[in-house]
Design a protein around this ligand. Structure first.
Ligand code: CP
Length: 317
């Protein structure tokens, strides 16, 4: 693995999961691997889990961390080539990325999509500009189109909680008052396509994700039908992909409730967090025994540590 900005960059999922499991059972086993190495954490958007778990993962490996909120602490960056920089942008990504890569051995970036220009978002231009101009590995802390660290924690959690060889996993759209990106569902879909699971996506008609991502996956517009026999329910909102970035449904009947969970095979409830209570899922489900959102968030550390371990080992070859 050279960079980890997409689930597509995983070379061997079983190997990566075994590494994450071993790290979880002994997080400090490789404390010298990151000695005298620096991880740069660059945030263009807010974060709780990603920021703290990745810092903790780096600390477990003996790495130093430099964290910067680029939107309000750094110079405003220009990403277009060949422009006359006579506006509000002070620094070009070409210099910024090269400079940062002199200070850091690995750079990790969070940059959400604008959700107004589909073509621009699909290029994931912020993260890919760093990949283009840095000389060090780049990790996505959630880009415009993917959240691969989240998806690795998700499959690690499914592996831990599954009670049969090939569990049924359902990704369900749920309503939300704000337009949300497609990064989490995209990476989750890609991860489920790699994993040995019976996978179903359910969403209202018109809420199709990128067909390039979902091709080959089963899609149902009947949420209750999809829930039947499920072992895992993964709830997530996303904005309309076809009518790009718009909210075209806030249908409360898609919220995950106790009644719907009763259709499942005693399914575990998952969500990447943060989650809006009584919008996405009822209090009763989120606070109930089926919810595994807290251990799911705990696995963010071991997923990040597994990826950092692979990148550091590659750098030492
Ligand atoms: N799930 C997740 O990425 O959480 P944060 O946005 O808090 O980092």
């Amino acid at each position: 693995m050279k960079h980890y900005t997409s689930v597509d960059h995983i070379e061997d999922l079983d190997e990566l999961l075994l590494l994450a499991k071993n790290i979880k059972s002994d997080p400090y086993t490789n404390q010298s691997l990151g000695k005298n190495k620096t991880l740069g954490l660059l945030f263009f958007n807010p974060s709780l889990r990603t920021r703290l778990s990745t810092q903790k993962a780096a600390a477990n490996l003996g790495m130093n961390c430099i964290t910067m909120n680029l939107n309000n602490e750094g110079w405003s960056l220009e990403f277009e080539d060949g422009v006359v920089m006579n506006g509000d942008k002070s620094e070009h990504i070409k210099e910024a990325a090269q400079v940062i890569s002199q200070y850091c051995d690995i750079i990790a970036i969070r940059s959400f999509p604008g959700l107004t220009n589909k073509e621009k978002d699909e290029k994931d231009y912020v993260i890919n500009s760093f990949v283009k101009y840095t000389s060090v590995p780049v990790i996505s802390l959630e880009g415009a189109t993917e959240h691969p660290l989240q998806a690795l924690a998700d499959i690690l959690t499914i592996q831990e909680y599954k009670t049969k060889r090939k569990p049924k996993v359902v990704l369900t759209w749920a309503p939300h008052p704000k337009a949300l990106p497609h990064a989490v569902p995209n990476s989750f879909v890609k991860m489920m396509q790699l994993a040995d699971v019976d996978f179903v996506i359910t969403h209202p008609q018109g809420y199709e994700l990128n067909p390039e991502v979902t091709k080959g996956s089963t899609i149902s517009h009947n949420q209750e039908e999809a829930f039947k026999g499920a072992d895992f329910i993964y709830a997530k909102n996303w904005s309309n992909y076809n009518d790009y970035g718009k909210i075209t449904s806030q249908d409360a009947s898609w919220m995950v409730t106790t009644e719907k969970m009763e259709l499942t095979n005693h399914a575990k409830f998952m969500h990447c967090l943060p989650v809006r209570r009584n919008q996405i899922v009822t209090d009763a489900v989120l606070d109930g025994e089926s919810s595994i959102v807290i251990p799911q968030a705990n696995n963010r550390t071991y997923a990040a540590q597994a990826v950092l371990t692979q990148l550091l080992k590659n750098g030492n070859k």
